[in-house]
Ligand binder design. Sequence first.
Ligand SMILES: Cc1cc2nc3c(=O)[nH]c(=O)nc-3n(C[C@H](O)[C@H](O)[C@H](O)COP(=O)(O)OP(=O)(O)OC[C@H]3O[C@@H](n4cnc5c(N)ncnc54)[C@H](O)[C@@H]3O)c2cc1C
Length: 263
Amino acid sequence: MKVCACVKVVPRAEAPLRLDLTTFRLDRTVASEVSPVDEFAIEEALLLRDALGGDVVAVSMTPESGVEALRHALALGADRAIAISDPLLEGSDLVVTARVLARVLQRESPDLVLFGSGAIDAGGAMLWSAVGELLGLPVVSGVRSVGVDDGRIRATRQTAGDEIELDAPIPSVVGLSGSVNAPHYPSFRDIVQARKKEIATITLEDLRLGPEASSAAARTRVLSVSPRPPSEREPEVIEDGAGAADWLFRGLEGRGLLPGAVR
Ligand SMILES: Cc1cc2nc3c(=O)[nH]c(=O)nc-3n(C[C@H](O)[C@H](O)[C@H](O)COP(=O)(O)OP(=O)(O)OC[C@H]3O[C@@H](n4cnc5c(N)ncnc54)[C@H](O)[C@@H]3O)c2cc1C
């Protein structure tokens, strides 16, 4: 079973999100990391590999400054990583990113393509659909558990009220929810071994892609990024021992979040 886990390299959580006002692009020169939600995709790929054998390949389209961050995916256990890195891709949008990832995935020809639940810096949560469309593959999204049975994938999706069971052929594209598993921490040994693993860095030319897959083909531009305005409602502080449990209960009940039988 060959599983490709698509991961985005994003500015580290503690780095300020800064917009370059000349290019209208997010400043990606700050320290970066594999998007924490994409660790779920790596972890799920590893669980499938442990159960069924095979390979896990981490795939990322990232600026050159982000390539080394993929070492983390290797430390978590991915067998190898592919970084698509090309100055012509700076300022790409969803359409361009999907075209580039689809080409790499076509070449890799995996049994399963896993995506995290959404990039933490942009949060479009659309990429798996666009990639699935370009590859002509089924897409299963919002997945809370995934397994393989009789040559097909079995997945569950949790909605507000139900759990839905889904079945799709192999190969398929799977978008995971943020509660699919609990990613492990790599050990010191894993981190050292990751230094010996391969990160293949490839360009648009290597993929035989032309201007239609460069940022020049992007149809959207980010015009500004600003911090979320502070909430207009002041937080209410309830000290423990001063009726906090009762306050919480009434609050949940008042919002209809408790079934009637609880009391
Ligand atoms: C603040 C901001 C706003 C943006 N708004 C838009 C917009 O409105 N429209 C638009 O077209 N573009 C937009 N972009 C650009 C956009 O971030 C990228 O083009 C991206 O690929 C589109 O998906 P996403 O980041 O929203 O990822 P999502 O669709 O949220 O990502 C879902 C999953 O896809 C995978 N993934 C995401 N990016 C990559 C990658 N580079 N390599 C490998 N796997 C990946 C991960 O598994 C991730 O969990 C924006 C960028 C920023 C910084």
